[in-house]
Ligand binder design. Structure first.
Ligand code: BG6
Ligand code: MG
Length: 219
């Protein structure tokens, strides 16, 4: 039986994935190239460092270590400006209903995000306290698709990996969940997330009956 849930943040709980894309795209455009939506799928769930490495590779650019740091910092500044003023209204549709259900039924849930901005974002949304544990880009050394972030989250929930369900919108995150031995639920495009055990376009397609059945099911 599944006893706990681990949620990714960007693109699952809150609609920040588009702002990561816009900020990276601006960085690329400033350097004279572009990032396609398809390429962006390969950036979702990927740490800040690895994202920039990948992007510079696509653009055929190599930069000094200092410049690399400056680019990461300015992307983050741009990203933070784009998400400033976020509130509980920016939770993705259908998410609150699921979190409320879990909270009321004492089913523990954790955050498992690659983002170093995860804590202030959850705080801004006013939902930090609902999470039994928060594991983010500041807590782990190995980025998704490595399962570390989810394994640490399971540990903090005091659950075995095989007792956890992961909700993810990224290819890297689904791979990480599968490698962790957890049940994976993809939020997004069926073709892109085909490695997931279940796939939904968004949370409005998920009803509480599904969550209930999911928690009672076995892999
Ligand atoms: C992931 C996002 O959640 O976090 C990526 O999907 C992002 O797009 C990564 O690059 C790191 O986020 P941050 O906020 O630390 O730059
Ligand atoms: Mg995500």
């Amino acid at each position: 039986k599944y006893k706990g849930i681990i949620f990714d943040l960007d693109g699952v709980i809150v609609d920040t994935a588009k702002f990561h894309y816009l900020a990276w795209r601006k960085l690329a455009n400033d350097m004279g190239f572009d990032i396609t939506l398809e390429q962006n799928e390969q950036l979702k769930g990927v740490s800040r460092i690895h994202s920039l490495e990948r992007i510079l590779g696509w653009g055929g650019k190599s930069v000094s270590e200092d410049k690399f740091e400056t680019l990461m910092a300015s992307k983050n500044e741009d990203y933070l400006a784009r998400i400033s003023g976020m509130s509980a209204e920016d939770l993705l549709p259908g998410v609150k209903k699921v979190l409320d259900y879990l909270y009321e039924n004492k089913i523990p849930f954790a955050l498992g995000s690659a983002s170093k901005n995860a804590r202030p974002i959850l705080k801004g949304l006013g939902i930090s306290e609902w999470f039994t544990a928060i594991v983010d880009g500041n807590d782990v050394h190995k980025a998704k698709p490595d399962p570390e972030v989810f394994l640490v989250a399971a540990e903090k929930l005091a659950l075995k990996p095989e007792e956890c369900v992961v909700f993810e919108d990224s290819v890297a995150g689904i791979e990480a969940a599968n490698r962790a031995g957890m049940l994976s639920v993809g939020i997004g495009d069926k073709e892109v997330l085909k490695g997931a055990d279940y796939i939904f376009a968004d949370f409005t397609e998920i009803d509480l009956e599904f969550i209930k059945k999911l928690l009672e099911s076995k892999k």
